[in-house]
Design a protein around this ligand. Structure first.
Ligand code: ATP
Ligand code: MG
Length: 668
């Protein structure tokens, strides 16, 4: 068959196709119009609907209005007052940025704009079709603001019109949009009404989110709300909102998610939250969720989907995981949950066993071989199940100084280190550091990264090794080798932004270095000269270089030569106290202070080595504590942050796999 001839599409056709992507139903058009009114700084928005928005969808606001001169082109494609350069998109503070919404609407409906700005005496009215002004704008009376009327939506797309639901259902969708925006923008007064009828939604200017939730969604929801508030400096996000406690549930759950004030869908977040609630709510029932997530504008891409309903953002998995855990903790902390669990445990209360009814038929369909069944939840069964000691997790977070050899022992006690988070978030501009980061990224093995991300921790073997499971395989992993790389990378990737561990009271570095010189590991010999003199010199070097360490690595040494803070590389992890003196000595002697990149490289390597080291004394005194840290702090941090270089492949030994074991047993 002959190939078809390629021709350029007519502009009107192109525009109508594009418009059809943005405006799929009246609710999409309304969302665009509300966003325009919000961008125009309105505090009052009234929406009037005829026939589910298909006959008439009108929105009136009291915003800035549109200048008469702009009316000519306002409905053309790609005309906007909000964005000039592509780079602006990384920092966009308005809902709109494409200049496509009004144009799209004008390609699928009759559009009229009536508008008045504060600067002029009268308003203007203009009608549009296919992006073009039909006749010169006519002067008219009116208040400041804009009225946009959309009539006969999809008059030129009969199939689209037919595929829509009934006017009542379309009205419901319009009402959903208004409800959500009215909750999120509670200070703005919203009215939604059917033409000629009383408002179905009417919120007051200046009300609170809680008042609007109560008014729109009812007292049943409002009285069950748990406030949510997270501020995270690591992934740089803020989350505010509220969720219902476990007492409340409904067939049709409500999930309102705003990311940087945009109403968006997130299937991943939804399923994460659902999984939290599924432990409490009856099957098929859902909570009410309202969340407003603020991310660094530079970490989010809003330009992903024609309806802007979808956004992409950095660290999505980690952020969702944190939100999930936080909500889980909030729910567990609420009285209702406790009452709920008690109820379940009372004799006579049977758990919902709907699942079991389906089980028989399901197992027939996808039968899984026993050798393929793998444990994927680390909580299910771990090696320490076989140990008798039960650990109290919180006691491990503190550090203790074991300094029997020094007079400093009094001051170096349990409370020596305290972590303070850095609030600042600086952008790294130094080429040397950016290069080092790039190298780490380029060396990252996708395979090991995936293994780490999906592994399930099994147990600590000894100081050096731990076991984990990945798919059906069991691995022996050299914890220390992985750990050192982890700390090195944290120093690089949190460069200038590391939280601090406070050293309290401050420690005199010269005395610490003398302590170090007294140890065998320092390699001191008589020829090196007097220890006190050497220590003085080393301390002077460190005081001289203090500014670099303070500014870039949150390691503070005062002018008087006292150690005040150390960097916090991984949440809840503190380095060994015992090796602190040696670390300071090495900083003075082994860091290449003179050239920039080498200086950072050697500093990071030395520091990573110090943070990795586990002293025998500490290990002997409390091995369970060490194991706890490895399992609950180190491995989770590796899962989250480590970009493992290829060279770590040889530090991970595959011990066995289920299929192999089955072969062995088959032979027996
Ligand atoms: N209610 C309004 N009040 C004041 N100005 C408005 C209003 N609606 C639209 N405008 C003006 O019309 C322009 C075009 O609006 P349109 O929605 O088509 O594009 P946009 O909002 O800039 O981008 P996007 O297509 O992403 O929504 C806007 O940039 C704004 O200047
Ligand atoms: Mg817009």
């Amino acid at each position: 068959m002959e190939p078809g001839i390629i021709k350029k599409l007519d502009e009107a056709v192109v525009n109508r196709i594009a418009a059809g992507e943005i405006i799929q139903r009246p609710a999409n058009a309304l969302k665009e119009l509300i966003e325009n009114s919000l961008d125009a700084k309105s505090n009052y928005i009234q929406i009037t609907i005829k026939s589910g928005g298909l006959k008439l969808l009108q929105i009136q606001d009291n915003g800035t209005g549109i200048r008469k001169e702009d009316l000519e082109i306002v409905c053309e494609r790609f005309t906007t007052s909000k964005l000039t350069k592509f780079e602006d998109l990384t920092n966009i503070a308005t809902y709109g940025f494409r200049g496509e919404a009004l144009s799209s609407i004008s390609h699928v409906a009759h559009l009229t704009i009536q508008t008045k700005t504060a600067q002029v005496a009268c308003g203007y009215k203009a009608c549009y079709e296919d992006g073009k002004l039909k006749a010169p704008p006519k002067p008219c009376a009116g208040n400041q603001g804009t009225i946009i009327s959309i009539e006969d939506l999809f008059y030129n797309m009969p199939q689209r019109k037919q595929a829509l639901k009934s006017p009542a259902e379309e009205f419901q969708k319009l009402s959903d949009v208004v409800s959500k925006y009215a909750v999120h923008n509670s200070k703005i007064g919203f009215i939604l009404k059917k033409f000629g009828e009383q408002p179905t939604i009417k919120t007051n200017v200046g009300s609170t989110q809680e008042q609007n939730i109560r008014y729109i969604f009812g007292a049943n929801i409002a009285k069950e709300l748990l406030p949510i508030e997270i501020e995270d400096n690591i992934h740089k996000f803020r989350l505010k909102g509220c969720v219902t406690k476990v007492n409340y549930s409904a067939k049709k759950g409500i999930m309102m998610l705003f990311i940087n004030h945009r109403l968006v869908d997130s299937a991943a977040l939804k399923s994460a939250i659902d999984s939290v609630y599924s432990a409490y709510l009856p099957k098929g029932m859902h909570p009410f969720i309202y969340l407003s997530l603020d991310l660094e504008p530079t970490n989010i891409d809003v330009n992903v989907h024609p309806t802007k309903h979808e956004v992409h953002f950095l660290y999505e998995d980690d952020i969702i995981e944190k939100i999930k855990t936080y909500i889980e903790i909030q729910l567990l902390g609420s009285n209702d949950t406790r009452a709920f669990y008690k109820q379940l445990k009372l004799p006579g209360v049977v758990e919902n066993n709907e699942n079991e009814d389906n089980r028989g038929s399901k197992s027939e369909v996808d039968k899984v071989q026993p050798k393929e069944i793998i444990r994927t939840d680390a909580k299910e069964q771990k090696l320490d199940k076989f140990l008798i000691t039960q650990q109290n997790p919180t006691q491990h977070i503190k550090t203790e100084f074991n300094t029997s050899q020094s007079s400093l022992s009094q001051s170096m006690n349990d409370e020596s280190f305290r972590v303070t988070a850095a609030n600042i978030s600086k952008e790294v501009r130094l080429t040397s550091v950016l290069n080092m980061q790039k190298r780490v990224e380029n060396n990252c093995s996708v395979h090991i990264r995936k293994t780490l991300k999906e592994m399930v921790f099994v147990g600590v073997v000894d100081k050096h090794f731990a076991l984990f499971q990945y798919e059906t395989r069991l691995y022996l992993c050299h914890t220390l080798k992985f750990c050192e790389e982890l700390f090195y990378q944290r120093l690089l990737f949190k460069f200038e932004n590391l939280p601090q561990i406070k050293v309290e009271p401050k420690l005199p570095i010269k005395q610490l270095i003398v302590l170090a010189l007294n140890t065998e590991e320092s390699g001191w010999t008589e020829e090196d000269g007097d220890k006190s003199e050497l220590a003085s010199r080393a301390a002077t070097i460190l005081v001289e270089k203090a500014a670099i360490m303070r500014e870039y690595f949150s390691l503070n040494i005062s002018d008087k030569g006292e150690l005040e803070t150390l960097p916090c590389l991984v949440e809840n992890h503190c380095p060994s106290n015992i090796y602190l003196p040696l670390f300071l000595l090495r900083l003075a002697t082994d860091v290449e202070w003179e050239t920039e990149e080498e200086c950072f490289e050697t500093f990071c390597r030395e520091t990573a080595r110090y943070y990795t080291i586990v002293s025998e004394v500490e290990l002997l005194s409390d091995v369970n504590r060490h194991n706890w840290i490895v399992e609950h702090i180190i491995y989770p941090a590796m899962k989250r942050y480590l970009l493992p270089p290829n060279k770590l492949k040889k530090e991970m030994y595959e011990l066995t796999s289920l299929p192999k074991l089955y072969k062995v047993f088959e032979r027996c």
